[in-house]
Design a protein around this ligand. Structure first.
Ligand code: AMP
Length: 427
């Protein structure tokens, strides 16, 4: 299947070729025909599946082909609402790329910065508006934005919006949309509240589901390290020093924790930066920019800040803390192994995090292989059933985990199954 087979018009095909997309991903293959027919869509999929292109390509195509030839004034005909600034920027970049050989114009608005540039862009006129809910309502209330001409409305990462407390804002926004529109609703998970919300947005819809299991298990090589809380910093340094030229995204459950990890890495001469909600928008963009262009090898992020981070060649994700919401694990490891690339996700698990691990393994329907061949093994592993590490590691993982040397890895430490007197004492 090619994009041409899906009926995509020439200027968009040219842009996709320039992006290096040769074939549609499964969500694109399934969603694009539904959307080009003008039907509403409920998409159960996470980022990393090619979801953004799945909705932006058919929207751009319809904006080009269903144009009102009598009106010369540009009106906002598409609205995309998304939970975080990073995701909004990412979606904006995608729209700009895919529409670059058309005359469709888009802009992005989000909070945390002055509104002047955003209102200037709106005054010039745009076809597509990508927005976070708070700033959108704010600018609507100030009279800079009207939703009366919206023909295509997208609610993205709906579960995350609910988690972030945007439910009332979202309902207010939906209430302002014209009845005659095509609506798209995306969520990685479908709890009851999300299904109810989707009913408010969607009319007669079709559903496309890309299961997290498919997205993660197939492409991302996962591994687990049992380690005490106290030894997590040393294990992180140990792993990062193995491949200093690779980019690694490290997840921390809290903002404070993220700052602490950056400091601990600095002590080991590993340059890292953190992004989280307490950092200014400029600082976040700078860190993300440095990480994307390769100047910064290690980025430490909280979950909310990391939504929408899309970095080419991101080969390694490290879960320094395990998330207490299992779906978040799937989101996190989806940062690597995007679209066609393969990736590695390593997770640290201390004693308190064992219940989270259980929930995660249940959700992904897999036992994550445990790496025991490292210098900071937590003795607490004795009471949990272990799954031997996968035999078919690729070379990079073999290097990282030390499995190329069955007698004890690169540091001469033995695996759990051996009588390991070198092992550091339990804390
Ligand atoms: P998303 O799920 O929208 O966050 O997309 C994940 C990544 O996949 C982004 O880096 C896209 O640029 C990339 N991508 C989307 N569609 C394709 C495709 N058909 N072929 C290759 N890469 C793609």
């Amino acid at each position: 299947m090619t994009f041409k087979d899906l009926g995509i018009i020439e200027p968009i095909l040219k842009a996709l070729a320039a992006e290096g997309y040769t074939n549609p991903t499964p969500i694109q293959e399934q969603s694009i025909p539904i959307l080009l027919k003008g039907k509403d869509l409920l998409g159960c999929a996470q980022t990393g599946t090619g979801k953004t292109a799945a909705f932006s390509i058919p929207i751009i195509q319809q904006l080009v082909t269903n144009r009102d030839t009598n009106s010369h004034q540009r009106k906002i005909r598409t609205l995309v609402v998304t939970p975080t600034r990073e995701l909004a920027i990412q979606i904006g970049e995608n729209f700009t790329s895919y529409a670059r050989f058309t005359d469709i114009r888009s802009t992005v608005i989000f909070g945390g910065i002055k509104q002047g540039r955003q209102t200037d862009a709106l005054k010039k006129g745009v076809d597509v508006l990508i927005a976070t809910p708070g700033r959108l309502l704010d600018l609507m209330n100030q009279g800079f934005i009207s939703l009366r001409d919206i023909q295509y409305a997208v609610l993205d990462e709906a579960d995350q919006m609910l988690d972030m407390g945007f439910i009332h804002d979202i309902k207010k926004i939906i209430a302002k949309l014209p009845d005659n529109r095509q609506s798209l609703f995306f969520s990685a998970t479908m709890p009851k509240a999300i299904v109810e919300l989707s009913r408010k947005l969607l009319g007669d819809f079709e559903q496309v589901t890309i299961k997290p299991q498919q997205a993660t298990a197939e492409k991302v090589e996962q591994a687990l390290y049992f380690v005490s809380k106290k030894n997590k910093p040393s294990l992180l340094v140990h792993l990062l020093e193995k491949d200093p030229n690779d980019s690694a995204l490290v997840f921390s459950r809290t903002k404070h924790g993220a700052n602490k990890i950056v400091k601990q890495l600095a002590k080991a001469d590993i340059k890292a930066d953190a992004i989280h909600g307490n950092k200014s928008q400029n600082a976040r963009q700078k860190a993300l920019g440095d990480f994307k262009n390769g100047d910064l090898k290690v980025l430490v992020a909280t979950d909310i800040a990391a939504r929408g981070i899309d970095v080419e060649e991101l080969s390694l994700v490290i879960n320094y803390d395990l998330p207490n919401v299992p779906e978040t694990y799937v989101h996190r490891i989806g940062r690597t192994g995007r679209a066609s690339a393969s990736g590695i996700a390593l997770s640290f698990c201390d004693t308190e995090e064992r219940p989270y691990l259980k929930d995660i393994q249940k959700l992904i329907n897999q036992q994550v292989p445990v790496i025991t061949d490292h210098p900071f093994v937590d003795d607490g592993i004795e009471d949990v059933p272990l799954q031997p590490a996968k035999k078919h590691h690729n070379n990079r993982q073999r290097q990282r985990t030390g499995h190329s040397n069955p007698r004890g890895g690169r540091n001469g430490n033995r695996s759990r199954s051996s009588n390991n007197s070198n092992r550091p004492k339990r804390d």
